[in-house]
Design a binder for this molecule. Structure first.
Ligand SMILES: Nc1ncnc2c1ncn2[C@@H]1O[C@H](COP(=O)(O)OP(=O)(O)OP(=O)(O)O)[C@@H](O)[C@H]1O
Ligand SMILES: [Mg+2]
Length: 328
């Protein structure tokens, strides 16, 4: 399995989608089967390619397919799976109407992150692991949300290990009680007598925790596999996007995700004598660039000049390829 995964992350409006689309087009042009996927709830990948995209892969050109993840459907599916799992584990809960809680869960903190992570796992498995894609390019939601999604496996693994310990301790106590009473442990819940699990093999909660640990370990390994997965931070040559990108960079470094590229999009190529307004702009750009060079020492820089028009459609995007030609 030789596929690679790229995430394009940055502040709103810096050009994540445009750059992700250009990079994907470049890879496809090299004959690599490339999937470019928008995870942003406010999609504009289709707008950038100037064609309609949806939840199913749509062919954009040779070797290139695009997906705009249906966010609502993704969250609905996540909650449905969650409710079903709860019903399976706590069989007796079937008598309650759990579905009404879905409405509440939908607005709970963390649901978006969890559902997005599941979607990344699902798509990467289908496209990458099954051998359909050589390159998977993710156009991401705003920085804060994306960082929370990428940190979720690390945080969840800490919790899962604690919960596994706790569960083992509970099972051990139950076995001790069985030994003392000399009978199988039973509980009466909602008028029904149920056998209480006392071993790891028969405990659905223990098994579910193990399953979750496997899933999160897999995705965490993918996020932190430096040969396979890389992040490109997209910025504009202005101080605020540079500072935000630096915070993202430091955070990603702490969770082991490799940032390889800084793409300076909308770079102003200003030469010769300039009117005062543009001279000021150039000073601002020079300052932001030297700040970026200092903060992101050792990373590869790619400058994409400010175009006189919005780069939309295959023809216009192709013209930008030369600026990201060497981006692996
Ligand atoms: N190099 C460029 N030159 C001129 N215009 C550009 C360039 N790159 C992007 N744009 C324009 O800037 C706007 C924002 O770009 P884009 O949608 O790619 O950014 P984004 O970071 O994905 O935004 P969002 O956070 O809203 O998803 C668009 O109108 C796009 O056409
Ligand atoms: Mg976008």
């Amino acid at each position: 399995m030789t596929y690679i995964v790229r995430f394009f992350i940055g502040k709103g409006g810096v050009g994540k989608t445009t750059v992700a689309a250009t990079y994907a087009l470049k890879q496809a042009g090299k004959g690599r089967r490339t999937y470019v996927i928008s995870l942003d709830p406010a999609h504009n990948l289709g707008d950038v390619f100037d064609m309609e995209l949806g939840d199913k892969p749509r062919k954009i050109t040779d070797n290139l397919w695009g997906i705009e993840v249906d966010y609502e459907a993704m969250i609905r599916k996540h909650l449905k799976n969650l409710t079903e799992k709860i019903k399976d584990i706590y069989g007796y809960l079937k008598i309650f109407n759990l579905d009404k809680y879905v409405d509440v869960l939908q607005h709970s903190p963390g649901v978006e992150e969890q559902a997005s992570l599941e979607k990344i796992i699902e798509l990467t498995r289908i496209l990458g692991e099954k051998g359909r894609a050589d390159v998977i390019v993710y156009d991401t939601p705003p920085t804060g949300l994306m960082l929370r999604i990428m940190a979720l496996p690390t945080i969840s693994l800490i919790w899962i290990d604690k919960l596994l310990d706790l569960r083992l301790a509970i099972l051990e106590k139950r076995r001790a009680i069985e030994k003392i009473t000399g009978e199988e442990m039973k509980a009466v819940i909602a008028g029904r007598e149920l056998k209480v699990p006392t071993s790891q093999e028969e405990d659905p909660i223990y098994k579910e925790l193990l399953h979750l640990r496997e899933e999160y370990t897999w995705i965490n390994n993918l996020f932190t596999d430096h040969r396979r997965t890389r992040v490109a931070l997209v910025i504009n040559p202005e101080t605020l996007p540079v500072l935000e990108a630096y915070r993202a960079y430091s955070f990603l470094e702490r969770i082991g995700v490799l940032v390889s590229y800084i793409v300076v999009n909308k770079y102003l190529e200003l030469e010769g004598p300039l009117p005062e307004s543009l001279a000021g702009k150039k000073r601002e750009q020079d300052e932001a660039m030297s700040k970026a060079k200092e903060l992101f020492k050792g990373l590869e820089f790619y400058n994409i000049p400010y175009q006189p028009w919005e780069p939309r459609g295959l023809g216009e995007l192709s013209k930008l390829i030369k600026y990201v030609e060497d981006m692996e």
